[in-house]
Design a protein around this ligand. Structure first.
Ligand code: GUN
Ligand code: ZN
Length: 495
């Protein structure tokens, strides 16, 4: 090797460093040209409001004049406009006025193949499934029917401000493939799987356990972790699943521990009594525990009739209940015990869901509307006026769905319930930029009147929360003005 004088070596090293630094800086500057930003009033959550009872505002963030900077779908910066704007002079800014911008809503329990059959009259769960649901879902064997259905489904979801779903597929892989393909086209963060069912169901709709295993595995390998798609191993419900089918779920769960497990639990009194008898266990949760399915990323829908023991076990396992009050009222299933689920001694992770078509609405704002009323009924039952021996003032209070608890549940709370809070749920940098733009006066004429009594435009967190309560208690899904997915606007009201 040729010897170099010391000073020459030092100059060479310095030059090399300069060159490599500038080559690092160049792409960063070029990347800055691609930044987009949104300026407006932002509201999100950093904590669980049920941990801050009486001071719920401590769990939230509100910037009356805020800025969100987005780099290729990912949040790069978030905060007051005055602090952020000078750091990103090249970002292309969209200004959104007179609106509240929240993280996209998460629907943690929904059935896309029921899109054409919501609002089916007059039956409780089990006859409703037989009369309306299984015949409709059977049509999803046809890929053309399935494709058209999922398009309509996602259009409705976006119009409601929903950006992420945990969905039930039918028994037929074609339908689930149509779902993942369409979600991929729209670049949405979704979880879904083939719904396995082989008992108490017409022959034409059965999923034989071997076929369920093979097809679930094939779809996991094809879709799980591809783009924003994620897979849930989906035993439809213990009442409709044989021990052999649950055994296949257990096998898949061991082979693909990263996947979710999505199912129903204790929805309707009749199935809640029958399922444990069919599986020889003490209660509904026991059916899934028997096969090692209950743990983080286990999500069980409804839970209206869960016992205190089941709540304690769900909490300990880190499992999640999806809460579906619209459906529970429509099918007459019962009143979800929100105060019990949020008991700090055995808090259970929750995600709210429409359960469309058991739920007769696509809108998560309807879910809040109905949950508020269910919570108030529970509040009455627990305040001692009905039965002094059941009086529980703390549980009574936890049932009240104020705006903080409500919108936390649709955003960060739902993301925590789905173990997706590293990706979505609030405006923390590094997360995916899915959000909804709410027009607080957008509902029926009564909304504008009601909201103008609060303020013209919110300047404090308290005012923003009051407007948000009005959005679901007086307004409706017409409040959803825009829905953005991965930094791009995918829905605009009236367009
Ligand atoms: N349990 C099993 N399948 C279903 C369904 O499709 N909807 C509801 N609400 N409950 C179920
Ligand atoms: Zn359901």
């Amino acid at each position: 090797m040729i010897k170099q004088p010391r000073f020459k070596k030092a100059i060479l090293t310095a030059l090399t460093m300069l060159v490599s630094m500038s080559s690092l800086m160049l792409p960063a500057q070029a990347a800055d040209d691609n930044l987009v930003a949104v300026r407006g009033s932002f509201f999100d959550f950093t904590d669980d409001p049920w941990k801050h009872i009486g001071h719920e505002e401590e769990s939230a963030r509100f910037f009356a004049d805020g800025m969100l900077v987005i780099d290729n779908g990912i949040i790069k910066a978030f905060g007051p406009y005055s602090e952020i704007v000078s750091k990103y002079p090249k970002a292309k800014v969209t200004t959104i006025q007179d609106r509240l911008i929240l993280p996209g809503f998460i629907d943690g329990h929904v059935h896309f193949p029921q899109t054409r059959v919501l609002g089916a009259y007059g039956q409780q769960l089990l006859p409703w499934l037989q009369q309306w649901i299984f015949p409709e879902e059977t049509k999803y064997k046809d890929p053309t029917y399935a494709k058209e259905g999922v398009k309509h489904y996602f259009d409705n979801m976006l119009a409601g401000g929903t950006t992420t779903v945990l969905d039930y597929g039918t028994a037929f892989p074609t339908a689930v493939e149509a779902f993942f393909d369409e979600a991929g086209n729209r670049n949405m963060r979704v979880i879904c799987g083939i719904g396995g069912i082989d008992r108490n169901v017409p022959k034409t709709f059965m999923t034989p356990p071997d076929m369920f295993y093979t097809e679930s595995k094939r779809l996991i390998e094809k879709y799980h972790g591809k783009g924003r798609n994620l897979y849930a191993i989906t035993p439809r419900f213990a009442y409709g699943d044989s021990p052999e089918l649950l055994q296949k779920c257990s096998q898949l769960h061991k082979e693909f521990p990263d996947c979710w497990v999505n199912t129903h639990i204790s929805e309707n009194p009749t199935e809640t009594r029958s399922a444990p008898l069919e599986h020889g266990v003490r209660d509904y949760l026991g059916c899934y525990e028997k096969y090692g399915l209950v743990g983080p990323k286990f999500v069980a829908g409804h839970g209206v009739w869960l016992s205190d023991s089941e709540y304690a076990r769900l909490s300990k396992a880190g499992a999640t209940v999806s809460v579906c009050p619209v459906s529970n009222l429509f099918l007459g299933s019962g009143l979800f015990r929100l105060g019990r689920a949020t008991d700090p001694n055995s808090r259970v992770r929750l995600v709210f869901g429409t359960d469309m078509g058991g739920g007769n609405r696509f809108s998560m704002l309807s879910v809040l509307d109905q949950m508020y009323k269910v919570g108030m009924c529970n509040n009455t039952m627990l305040d001692g006026s009905l039965d002094p021996s059941r009086q529980d003032d703390s549980a009574a209070e936890r049932n009240k769905l104020n705006a903080y608890r409500a919108f936390y549940s649709l955003t960060l709370g739902g993301a925590q319930g789905l173990y997706l809070d590293d990706k979505i749920g609030n405006f923390e940098p590094g997360k995916e930029a899915d959000f909804v733009v709410l027009d607080w006066k957008g509902g029926p004429p009564a909304t504008a009147w009601h909201q103008s009594l609060i303020c013209d435009r919110p300047t404090t967190m308290d005012q923003a929360a009051s407007l948000l309560f009005g959005v679901y208690s007086v307004g409706d899904d017409r409040a959803v003005d825009e829905t953005w997915i991965y930094g791009k606007r995918q829905y605009k009201k009236g367009k």
